[in-house]
Design a protein around this ligand. Structure first.
Ligand SMILES: [Zn+2]
Length: 171
C-alpha cells in the first residue's frame, strides 16, 4: 500500500532544511515500514497542491507561521508554542489537512513536527488526546530537536497509517 506524505512548500525553504527534513522523515518512516512491511511511505516536496492525492495520502503545508496559515479563512485558533496545526473535519465532507511552521533552520526539528502533525492527521486525535498519549516522545505538544521518536511513536503511526481521511486542498 503506497502512502504519500505530500509536503507542499509555501514559504522559503533552504536546501539544507529540505535535506534534513527528508533525512529525518526517511529515518522515521523507514522504521515504520520495517515494522509494517505492507506500507511504502514517500515524502515528496511540491510547490503546489497535489493533483492526485488519495484518501490514504496526507498533505502537510509548510508555511512561515500562523500568520500565513492555510486555515486563515476557517477562523481556527492557533495555540501559541505549537509548531504546526492539523484541522479536521473541514467541510465539505470531513476533510483533513495539516500545516507546519518553518520558524527554525533546523530541518531535523521540522521533521519531528511534521511526523507529529501526520500523527494528528492519521489517528484523528486532537490536542487533548495526542499530547497526553502514553507513548510520549513526539506525541508531546512541545518538541525539540532532541525529542526521541520512540518505538511506541513508530507503532502508533504504523497502527493508523492505513486509515483513510480525505485531504483538504488549501486555496
Ligand atoms: Zn499536536
Amino acid at each position: 500500500m503506497d502512502i504519500r506524505i505530500f509536503l507542499v512548500v509555501r514559504t522559503m525553504l533552504l536546501p539544507s532544511q529540505q535535506s534534513a527534513i527528508s533525512g529525518g522523515l526517511g529515518d522515521f518512516f523507514g522504521r515504520v515500514m520495517a515494522g509494517f512491511p505492507d506500507y511504502t511511505v514517500t515524502t515528496p516536496f511540491l510547490r503546489s497542491n497535489p493533483t492526485d492525492a488519495t484518501d490514504l495520502d496526507v498533505i502537510v503545508y509548510l508555511v512561515s507561521g500562523p500568520e500565513a496559515s492555510v486555515f486563515s479563512a476557517l477562523r481556527v485558533s492557533h495555540p501559541t508554542g505549537h509548531g504546526g496545526l492539523t484541522v479536521s473535519p473541514i467541510p465539505p465532507g470531513r476533510r483533513s489537512a495539516s500545516e507546519v511552521y518553518v520558524r527554525t533552520e533546523m530541518g531535523s526539528l521540522l521533521a519531528r513536527v511534521i511526523f507529529h502533525e501526520v500523527l494528528h492527521n492519521k489517528t484523528g486525535m486532537g490536542n487533548q488526546t495526542l499530547h497526553r498519549h502514553a507513548s510520549g516522545g513526539v506525541t508531546a505538544a512541545s518538541l525539540s530537536v532532541a525529542t526521541d521518536v520512540n518505538a511506541a511513536n513508530i507503532q502508533l503511526m504504523g497502527d493508523n497509517l492505513g486509515r483513510r481521511h480525505v485531504q483538504w486542498l488549501a486555496p
